[in-house]
Design a protein around this ligand. Structure first.
Ligand SMILES: Cc1cc2nc3c(=O)[nH]c(=O)nc-3n(C[C@H](O)[C@H](O)[C@H](O)COP(=O)(O)OP(=O)(O)OC[C@H]3O[C@@H](n4cnc5c(N)ncnc54)[C@H](O)[C@@H]3O)c2cc1C
Length: 422
């Protein structure tokens, strides 16, 4: 078995980011992926502030900007009752510009950058871990010709996404449906009225999930729905049908009248940070979706994937310096993840639960739309480049106003049997 200091299973944003940081530290690293790049990944393609922060640090943000993408200067959201808010960079209610960049392009830029400083094997499927006295000491897998191969490593990084083989082999692949999301998306051409805005529409049938329209450049939009996974059986939802109904039969139908669906509808699981997972152990680290690091409310995972890749590289470098690959040393990575992300997971999971109530959600959007300062804080979830500060800073007065409005609307709903439309 050929030996490496670090082996990374999976070359998505988490794995490639980890590889680039390790490669630049001169650490002998092997990056493996079952796909051949450029490859697609089912996603909304929304690249927010946290991603931009790491891309800048890696010095490759310009390459994303040069490639086909849409620069986003605003974020439109609407409540179940139809009230819309337009947060945007020109009036300061959105802090930073965002991007929408197809994953086929985005991931390839990162993967190509990783290739410059680490060994890479594509079309290699990791199938198992090599263990020595409960310590992970390598991986086994199958190459493109069907040959079984093994590689040894001091540390194995599981970056193999939502269905991670590494996490599964370690018994760490729990998917608690009430704390996870599922989502589908398709590309459409010629959707009317898309501007330099990403749109999240909180429709009653999906709450606390949403319907999105993200312009992806060249008159193409990434369109999809995301819901809490446990709501699929509970509400007998078929996400593909839900998406078709929204674009054909709802208030969005006029915008899709002349639009053409140009891809299949594809779906995937989103393991979120609302579910606590062990993310390090003897000889291993988990990053990105394999570590369950997606935002439980917004469904964004690219930023935390990139950041966790960086933090894992730092932890691996430290372990190599100390020549200690046990959990005792690697648990510093778990502490960093908690430090950077736990608060945002807790807050946004609370938002997810709160968002199940349509009347409460309507009240929040109505009150938020009247308060520019709070609007800016709310969008920090998308603009912040390291930790998200959303909602811990929203003034108490706003919560009070939301609650009063909620009580009024709730009484009206009880009397009339339907809630107030905007
Ligand atoms: C429909 C949908 C919409 C989304 N929209 C957004 C959005 O707009 N913005 C956002 O920030 N996040 C979004 N997300 C979440 C985002 O896609 C993920 O959080 C992100 O891709 C995680 O990156 P990763 O590197 O951890 O995993 P991945 O991107 O899944 O990469 C994992 C890699 O591992 C490889 N791999 C898997 N198994 C093996 C194996 N056995 N052996 C070798 N290689 C393997 C795969 O080929 C892949 O290249 C969305 C998710 C879904 C499902």
């Amino acid at each position: 078995m050929q030996d490496y200091q670090v082996i990374i299973a999976g070359g998505g944003p988490a794995g490639s980011s980890c590889a680039i940081f390790l490669g630049r530290k001169g650490i002998k690293t092997l990056l493996l992926d079952k796909a051949s790049f450029p490859r697609d990944k089912t996603c909304g393609d929304g690249i927010t502030g946290k991603s931009a922060g790491i891309l800048k640090e890696l010095g490759i943000e310009e390459r994303i900007v040069e490639k086909q993408h849409e620069k986003i200067n605003g974020l439109i959201t609407s409540s179940p009752s139809g009230t819309e808010i337009d947060f945007n960079t020109s009036d300061g209610t959105l802090g930073e510009s965002l991007y929408v960049c197809k994953r086929q392009i985005f991931d390839n830029i990162l993967f190509e950058e990783a290739k410059k400083s680490v060994d890479v094997i594509e079309k290699f499927t990791v199938t198992d871990l090599v263990m020595d006295n409960n310590m992970v000491v390598g991986i086994r897998g199958v190459d493109n010709d069907g040959n079984e191969k093994g590689f040894g490593a001091k540390i194995v990084v599981g970056a193999d996404g939502a269905n991670s083989v590494v996490a599964r082999k370690l018994g760490l692949n729990d998917f608690q449906t009430d704390r996870s999301l599922v989502s589908v998306r398709a590309y459409y051409e010629n959707v009317a009225d898309t501007r330099d805005r990403i749109e999240f529409h909180f429709l009653e049938e999906l709450l606390p999930g949403y319907f999105w329209i993200f312009p992806a450049g060249n008159n193409v939009a990434n369109v999809g729905v995301a819901v809490v996974a446990s709501d699929v059986p509970k509400r007998k939802l078929n996400l593909k049908t839900a998406l078709e109904n929204i674009v054909k039969n709802s208030r969005f139908a006029p915008r899709f009248k002349n639009a053409k669906q140009i891809s299949d509808v594809k779906g995937w699981n989103l393991p979120t940070g609302a579910q606590k997972r062990k993310r390090a152990g003897d000889g291993f680290l988990l990053v990105g979706d394999a570590a369950s690091l997606i935002d439980p409310f917004t469904g964004e995972g690219i930023g935390n994937a990139l950041l966790s890749g960086k933090l894992a590289a730092e932890a691996a470098a430290d372990a190599i310096n100390k020549n200690d690959f046990s959990y005792g040393t690697l648990k510093a990575y778990e502490a960093k993840i908690r430090d950077y992300m736990e608060k945002e997971f807790e807050t946004n999971y609370r938002f997810q639960k709160f968002g199940k109530n349509a009347i409460m959600f309507n009240a929040l959007v109505e009150e938020l739309s009247a308060d520019k300062n709070s609007m800016k804080i709310a969008t920090s979830a998308f603009s912040d480049t390291t930790r998200k500060t959303t909602s811990f800073q929203i003034p108490l007065g706003l919560y009070f106003k939301v609650f009063v409005r909620y009580l009024k609307d709730y009484i009206e709903f009880k009397m009339k049997g339907k809630y107030k439309k905007a």
